[in-house]
Design a protein around this ligand. Structure first.
Ligand SMILES: *Cc1c(COP(=O)(O)O)cnc(C)c1O
Length: 361
């Protein structure tokens, strides 16, 4: 790590691989002898088309996306998909929603505008500290899809299994996509805002089973119709060109790290090191139940708000940034995305131990 970089534990936008940032800097004023920047290129130009095609092919290879599925590179963030999904897939009927955190709750609320939302499970009563087991899921026979959020960024819980459902699976993978292998063929639709684990903010990746396209409600805006977006290869309007280019650089880095298999090993080790400190602590209280813990976002508190604030402040003074928990959850949150170096994790656990030694009486 270069001297002036710090360790950024932000939940998103978040840390990017340094090599990707360096390549972007190198290419910035003059992309491969074109004489212009990627930011200045027409999205219809052959130069950009090549970036687009290469990035999409890389993503397809890294995630082993089968030919039955299409990759869309879109704008609008994960939040736009909260509406796009029911408009395209609910057919004015019903869908099952697993509510395990803030974003799945918001997605369910949005979907209520377009049909009947059946709550398949909710962990709201216990402060979203757990993921329900398969046997707890209430599945309805009329559901057009089953919706869940694979990793709850705010509360720090993560599904450790892929649910078995008759209805197609729709999954928000914003904060754990590319962190482990996924059998894409099991999903009707996967989507993710790029700014957690893939690229800068402004890009949303949707991976959809093509057989599910073409079912949208007549009121669905053109720009939200999966069918139209598939037909135009994500270029119905201007795509987020710069973010797509950056995603390509991040994927190039990720391939060098052993792909999603490599990422999974590293993410397990990162999380193991932090949970080990939490589990051996008499000061920190981890939020998530064992068995539901996220490897990506680790949430904990001291039980004393002033002490939490002191922890966050002291960390920042050491170059460990953005450890404050989300405002709806409080406490602390360490986001350990793909690009977080192991040295950053060790700097964090050293600090946690020192802070505990100083403050625990
Ligand atoms: C951040 C996040 C969102 C919201 O993403 P936007 O791109 O800001 O709309 C949705 N779901 C999850 C799991 C997230 O982490």
């Amino acid at each position: 790590m270069s001297r002036d970089r710090v360790y950024n534990f932000s939940a998103g936008p978040s840390v990017l691989p340094e090599s990707a940032l360096e390549s972007a800097r190198r290419d910035l004023p003059d992309y491969k002898g074109c004489g212009i920047s990627v930011m200045e290129m027409s999205h219809r130009s052959p130069m950009f088309q090549e970036i687009f095609d290469t990035t999409k092919a890389r993503l397809k290879a890294v995630l082993r996306v089968p030919d039955s599925h299409e990759i869309l590179l879109l704008q609008g963030g994960a939040t736009l998909q909260f509406a796009a999904i029911p408009m395209n897939l609910m057919e004015g009927a019903a869908a099952d929603y697993a509510v395990t955190g803030h974003f799945s709750n918001r997605a369910a609320k949005e979907a209520e505008k377009y049909g009947d939302v059946h709550i398949a499970c909710s962990s709201a009563d216990s402060g979203f500290d757990r993921i329900p087991a398969q046997a707890e899921l209430k599945l309805s026979p009329d559901a057009k899809y089953f919706y869940y959020c694979a990793n709850n960024t705010i509360y720090g819980t993560e599904w450790q299994y892929v649910p078995e459902t008759a209805a197609p699976l729709v999954c928000d993978m914003s904060s754990d996509i590319l962190s482990k292998p996924v059998d894409v063929s099991r999903f009707g639709l996967i989507y993710a805002g790029a700014q957690k684990n893939m690229a800068p903010a402004g890009l949303t990746v949707v991976i959809i089973d093509k057989a599910l396209a073409g079912r949208e409600l007549p009121i669905t805006p053109q720009i939200m119709s999966y069918k139209t977006l598939i037909e135009s290869d994500s270029m119905l309007n201007t795509p987020p060109c710069w973010c797509i280019y950056m995603l390509g650089l991040v994927l190039e880095w990720l391939e060098g790290q052993g792909g999603v298999e490599g990422m999974e090993q590293i993410k397990r080790e990162r999380a193991r090191r932090v949970y080990e400190v939490l589990d051996n602590s008499r000061l920190y209280i981890p939020h998530a139940e064992i068995g539901s813990r996220s490897d990506m976002n680790i949430t904990f508190r001291t039980g004393d708000k002033a002490l939490d604030a002191e922890f966050v402040k002291g960390a920042a003074a050491r170059g460990l940034l953005n450890l404050k928990g989300h405002k709806v959850a409080g406490g602390m949150r360490a986001s350990l995305y793909n690009a977080m170096p192991m040295e950053g994790v060790d700097a964090l656990t050293d600090y946690m131990k020192e802070f505990e030694a100083k403050h625990h009486v």
